[in-house]
Design a protein around this ligand. Structure first.
Ligand code: PGA
Ligand code: ZN
Length: 428
C-alpha cells in the first residue's frame, strides 16, 4: 500500500500568464520492504468565459498579479488539506475527496478553492494509477467502471478561429471548431493541422499577416471578420484547399452568456454598433447557419440561465442531427445537469474538471449525462497548462468527444499528442 507522504504545492503561470496551482504528491510504500516512493504531479486550468455557477477558483485579490494570485489556494493545500490526508492510501480517492469536501464545507468549494481541491484530486488519481501499475486512462476506466471494450479515442474538435472573450477581434461567437471524420484519431489530427495551415495561408493572403495573430486557444483571430458567416466561409474554403471536403464537421461554441443583457443577445458587443437579437431571432439565425454549413454541434447557444431557450433550439436542432452542448448552463454540476435533463435543454455535456473541482464528481456528472443518452465532450479551459490529464480522463470515462483548442501551441497539443500515444496503446 502506498500512503501519502508529502505534498508540495506551488503557484505557477498558465498559458495566459495568470497564476494557477500546481502540486506534486509523494507516496511511500509501507511494510518490511518499505521506503519505495512514487510521485505524481498535476496542475489546474482556468477559464475566461467562466459560468456563474462554476465551483469557485480561489484568487488572492490585492495587488499581486492584478489580484489573480493563488497563494491562498496553495496555502490551503499545505496547511489544511495536507495534515488531513497524510498517511491515506493513494487508492482511496473517494475517501480523500470526501475529506476535502468536508473540510471545505461549502456548496461551491469557495472555502478551500476548487483549484486547490482539484489539483490534489488529479495528482492522487495519477498516484493510484502508478500504484496499480496501470496507465492513467485504464485506472480512470476502473474508477468509472467503463467496460474495457468501450475504451476508444474520442473525436477531436479543433478550435481554429477564436472570437468572443478569447480574442481582441470583433466576432461575437467564441469558437469555430472543425471535427474531421476520417475514422481514427491520428488521421483526424493530421487533417486538423493541415486545415489549420491552409486557413493560415488563406488569411495571410486575403487579409494580411496581422490576420494570423492568435486567440487564447491557438485559433486565428482576424480583426476583419464581423459575422460568423465570414469565419465559416474561410473555414469551408480551407477544408476544400486541404482536400477534405465532405469529411469535416463544423462545431460552434457561441458562449452566449458573454453577450446577453436584459433578455437579449448583442452580436455587436465587440463592435462599434450594437446588434441586438431576441431569443427567437437567435433560434432562426442558428437554424439558418445549420442550413448553410455542415454544423453538427452548437455549444451554449443561449444564456447560462435560459433552460427554456436551450430546449427550443434543442428540439429543432435534434431533428437535423445537430447536437446542443451545455457548458455554462450545466457547469459539470450534477444538480444543474439534472435540471437540464428535466427541461430537455441539451443532448450533450461539456465536461470541464475545474467547473466542479474533483474527479469523483466529474465522473458522476458524466454518468448522469449518459443516463439520458447525452454525448459528452471533455474540455480544456482557455487558460491551460501542459498537464495532459484530460486526454486520459476522456478515454477512461468513455467520452465520445474532446476539445483542446487548436492543433497548435504547447498547452493545447500536449492533450492531443497524448491521445496519439493512447490510440497506439489501445491498438496493441
Ligand atoms: P473558457 O472557455 O475556458 O474561457 O470558459 C471554454 C469554453 O467556453 O468552452
Ligand atoms: Zn463553452
Amino acid at each position: 500500500m502506498y500512503k501519502i507522504d508529502k505534498i508540495n504545492a506551488r503557484e505557477i503561470l498558465d498559458s495566459r500568464g495568470n497564476p494557477t496551482v500546481e502540486v506534486e504528491i509523494i507516496a511511500k510504500k509501507n511494510g518490511i520492504f518499505g521506503g519505495r516512493k512514487i510521485k505524481a504531479w498535476s496542475s489546474v486550468p482556468s477559464g475566461a468565459s467562466t459560468g456563474d455557477f462554476e465551483a469557485v477558483e480561489l484568487r488572492d485579490g490585492g495587488e499581486r498579479f492584478g489580484g489573480k494570485g493563488v497563494l491562498k489556494a496553495v496555502e490551503n493545500i499545505e496547511k489544511k488539506i495536507t495534515p488531513e490526508i497524510l498517511g491515506m492510501d493513494v487508492l482511496d480517492l473517494q475517501r480523500i475527496e470526501k475529506k476535502m469536501l468536508e473540510l471545505d464545507g461549502t456548496e461551491n468549494k469557495s472555502n478551500l478553492g476548487a483549484n486547490a481541491i482539484l489539483a490534489v484530486s488529479m495528482a492522487v488519481t495519477r498516484l493510484g494509477a502508478i500504484a496499480q501499475g496501470q496507465k492513467l486512462y485504464q485506472y480512470i476506466a476502473d474508477l468509472a467502471k467503463t467496460p474495457r471494450q468501450d475504451l476508444g479515442v474520442p473525436g477531436p474538435y479543433f478550435n481554429i478561429i477564436n472570437g468572443g472573450r478569447h480574442a481582441g477581434n470583433k466576432i461575437a461567437f467564441q469558437e469555430f471548431m472543425i471535427s474531421p471524420n476520417l475514422g481514427n484519431f491520428s488521421d483526424d489530427y493530421r487533417a486538423g493541422a493541415e486545415i489549420y495551415h491552409k486557413l493560415k495561408a488563406k488569411i495571410k493572403k486575403e487579409l494580411g499577416g496581422a490576420g494570423t495573430l492568435l486567440g487564447d486557444e491557438g485559433g486565428f483571430a482576424p480583426d476583419n471578420f464581423q459575422r460568423a458567416e465570414e469565419a465559416l466561409d474561410f473555414i469551408m474554403a480551407s477544408i476544400a484547399d486541404a482536400g477534405y471536403e465532405g469529411k469535416v464537421d463544423i462545431a460552434l461554441d457561441v458562449a452566449a452568456s458573454e453577450f446577453f443583457e436584459n433578455g437579449k443577445y448583442n452580436l455587436g458587443f465587440k463592435m462599434e454598433n450594437d446588434d441586438w437579437k431576441t431569443s427567437d431571432e437567435m433560434v432562426r439565425y442558428y437554424l439558418d447557419l445549420i442550413e448553410k454549413y455542415p454544423i453538427k454541434s452548437i455549444e451554449d447557444p443561449f444564456d447560462q440561465s435560459d433552460f427554456e431557450a436551450f430546449a427550443k433550439i434543442k428540439a429543432e436542432a435534434e431533428k437535423k442531427g445537430v447536437q446542443i452542448v451545455a457548458d455554462d448552463l450545466t457547469v459539470t454540476n450534477p444538480e444543474r445537469i439534472k435540471k437540464a435533463i428535466e427541461n430537455k435543454s441539451a443532448n450533450a455535456l461539456l465536461l470541464k474538471l475545474n467547473q466542479i473541482g474533483s474527479i469523483g464528481e466529474s465522473i458522476e456528472a458524466f454518468k448522469l449525462a449518459k443516463s439520458d443518452g447525452w454525448k459528452v465532450m471533455v474540455s480544456h479551459r482557455s487558460g491551460e497548462t501542459t498537464d495532459d490529464f484530460i486526454a486520459d480522463f476522456a478515454v477512461g470515462v468513455g467520452a465520445e468527444q474532446i476539445k483542446s483548442g487548436a492543433p497548435a501551441r504547447g498547452e493545447r497539443v500536449c492533450k492531443y499528442n497524448r491521445l496519439l500515444t493512447i490510440e497506439k496503446n489501445l491498438k496493441s
